[in-house]
Design a protein around this ligand. Structure first.
Ligand code: BG6
Length: 511
């Protein structure tokens, strides 16, 4: 594998949660696999006061706590810490960026890093604008033959709705060219999400079936057993549609539904996913209550333990109408997918944590064995398990041994854990490395982000404008409002439930 070019990684929000939980452990994991450049420096930037040594000490403790892959070896860690530096500035004050410029130049000269800089914005999104423009005012966005490359990484949320997303893109693009902007969607960094590309386009047997002629519907589920934890302040203004659907789950839909790109390159792959987003059939206001079900978890008892309802969570309004669950049906208006419904479901406080794609194939046109009292009456299902227990499962009917022709459903099941030399890198590890290498394939492009907002914004508006659209309650630990089942239209069909409800009382309530 090509060793990346020397560079500085400047992390804004260096004393925050993302840095300690994800970024530093991922950088350390890359370092111990010798995947970082030969020469590099990491510069933590934030307002808190730390000396280089104090910051290193903090990073040491954080990496030890959050590095999940294997025990942190001391000698490697000491080597890694030597590359970490810290600068305290007020990122809201443009004048402070002269100090940043000096510090970057000093590190660059000291370690000969070729003026290649990555600015990672692990900050609240309201700072993106001021950071990008202050960097621009110092000329820190300029790149060229003699001045290295400059890249800026931003975390979601990329905007709050279509308008704010367009504005944010414009502000970032005022100084940084689109090629320099890396919008991170950590789902694209997940090994199994990337594997959907390999599964579809490295195998000859699935692609001929991958269309409206053979597929009945497609289901994408991304649910969690945790509640909003300590993120109530953010979540109560976001909700599940903005938090999970606009980005992660639609990105998965993009990979499932795209055409084969002519080559594996950032532009070719992203051109194809954008076409999918542009083909999403927008929902009219009157469709929203028919095609989207939103819910909010209420208190319940899970395995004997009392679990608070969403409105009792910290920093959540006691009369909040923010959704913690969304299930929806939509169509992709193109030749391949015409008439095939897509279903998305996400929620907090569900019975388990699972992200999976289910391809439901059509039933056989003729039910040869129906007179044999067989209970098997469904199409084949292909399940791509993104997490946990990453793998691929194909469900098909088989003759029950013995008299008659009773058909039973059986599994052909691949688990990543069965591979002897499996190492599933963390999503941030993969994405950070790609950014250092200058490969934006797995980052969201501005047109993709805007197209997804274009699809999602009418739903948000309908919810806001029409108080009659219900928000259903569901007890924590269950699969959400039963109304989500009604989206499927056919009483013989249901969502896939990888496990049962955990809450003691299965009573659904209307808020
Ligand atoms: C984040 C959302 O983007 O993704 C969180 O803000 C959610 O609310 C998380 O919990 C889920 O990520 P993962 O990788 O745990 O599935």
């Amino acid at each position: 594998m090509e060793r990346p070019k020397n560079c500085i990684i400047a992390i804004f929000g260096a004393s925050g949660d993302l840095t300690k939980r994800k970024l530093m452990p991922a950088l350390f994991d890359l370092f111990r696999q010798d995947l970082l450049p030969e020469k590099f420096a990491i510069l933590g930037v934030s307002r808190s006061n730390f000396s280089d040594d104090a910051y290193r000490e903090k990073m040491l403790a954080d990496v030890r706590e959050y590095c999940e892959k294997s025990p942190v070896q001391n000698d490697k860690m000491q080597e890694f810490l030597k590359r970490i530096f810290y600068l305290s500035i007020d990122t809201k004050t443009p004048d402070d960026y002269t100090q940043l410029k000096r510090k970057l130049e000093e590190l660059d000269t000291r370690f000969q890093l070729g003026e290649n800089y990555i600015y990672y914005l692990a900050t609240p999104p309201n700072l993106y604008d001021i950071i990008a423009s202050s960097l621009g005012a110092q000329g820190l966005h300029r790149q060229g033959k003699d001045s290295g490359w400059k890249r800026i990484v931003v975390e979601k949320p990329f905007g709050y709705d279509l308008l704010s997303a367009v504005q944010l893109n414009k502000r970032l693009q005022k100084f940084f060219h689109e090629d320099q902007i890396y919008r991170i969607d950590h789902y694209l960094g997940k090994e199994t999400v990337q594997n959907t590309l390999a599964f579809r386009f490295a195998n000859g047997i699935f692609e001929p079936l991958w269309n409206r002629n053979y597929i009945n519907r497609v289901e994408v589920t991304g649910v969690e057993h945790i509640g909003v934890e300590n993120r109530g302040g953010y979540y109560d203004h976001a909700g599940a549609l903005r938090d999970m659907v606009q980005n992660h789950l639609l990105q998965i839909v993009g990979l499932i539904a795209m055409e084969s790109p002519p080559l594996y390159s950032a532009d070719a792959v992203r051109n194809e996913t954008v076409k999918v987003f542009q083909s999403l059939c927008p929902l009219k206001p009157e469709d929203v209550s028919r095609q989207v079900v939103r819910g909010q978890y209420g208190s319940s008892t899970i395995k004997g333990e009392a679990v608070p309802g969403y409105r009792e969570e910290k920093n959540v309004a006691p009369d909040s109408r923010t959704e913690t669950f969304v299930a929806m049906r939509f169509n992709i208006d193109n030749w391949r997918w015409g008439g095939v419904p897509f279903y998305i479901r996400t929620g907090k406080r569900m019975p388990t944590r699972v992200t999976e794609i289910v391809i439901h194939f059509k039933r056989t046109p003729h039910q040869l064995f129906r007179s044999q009292y067989t209970s098997y009456d469904r199409g084949n299902q292909l399940i791509i398990r993104i997490q946990p227990d990453e793998g691929i499962l194909l469900k098909f009917g088989m003759k029950q041994p013995g008299a008659g022709f009773d058909i039973k459903e059986v599994n052909m099941d691949f688990h990543y854990s069965d591979l002897s030399d499996v190492y599933l890198p963390d999503a941030y590890e993969r994405l950070l490395l790609d950014c250092i290498l200058g490969d934006p394939t797995l980052y969201a492009r501005s047109d993709a982000v805007e197209s997804c907002w274009k699809f999602v914004t009418p739903i948000l508006e309908a919810w806001e404008n029409d108080p009659d659209i219900k928000i259903y309650g569901y007890p924590a630990g269950t699969w959400g409002p039963k109304e989500s089942q009604g989206l499927l239209g056919d009483p013989r069909e249901d969502w896939r439930y990888p496990c049962k409800n955990l809450a003691n009382d299965g009573i659904y309530c209307e808020l």
